[in-house]
Ligand binder design. Sequence first.
Ligand SMILES: [Zn+2]
Length: 204
Amino acid sequence: MNTDEFQPDPELKDTIDLPRIENAVREILLAVGEDPERPGLVETPSRVARMYAEVFSGLHRDIQKDIKVFEEKGNDEMILIGDIAFYSMCEHHLLPFHGKAHVVYIPRKGRILGLSKVARIVDTLSKKPQLQERLTSEIADTILAAVDPLSVCVVLEAEHLCMTMRGIRKPGSKTVTSAMRGGCRSDARTRAEALSLINRRRTD
Ligand SMILES: [Zn+2]
């Protein structure tokens, strides 16, 4: 499959202005001293425009579409959804940061989220100009609003290309952020249990 063939969601047609991105990319190419008309670059502005429509599609997607709640009576044990791969764009440099998200929560009255839905939530919230800290909080708050769990703990570990391919250049360095809500925030024992569940699962 040709990955350049991404076509924006029909709903996004009016929200993502592809020709405007194309013009801007052409301007950047000119500004750095390139020739946007040379064969290798002639298709680049439209390709970049479609790519931006895809990687920023979370700006316009209704997060409610990613949420499906199940009732499973008696399920009040800690649930871990670990190693959710995500890709986002640092809002300071428009360079990718990517890594893994780990979510632990304790359901209230058996209200749980479909496993694939947690990954969808992470994906949608990642697809906009972001900060890792805010993304972490938004994931926690979305889960909190969706199923009102007794506790939720979200940990993100990511490599930021703005740190590893330029600037201070620390290849392979990871930034780790966490957001705690409910029991994970107020109770040290619940927090320790959630974090040890994540640490046992964490892969490098
Ligand atoms: Zn950055």
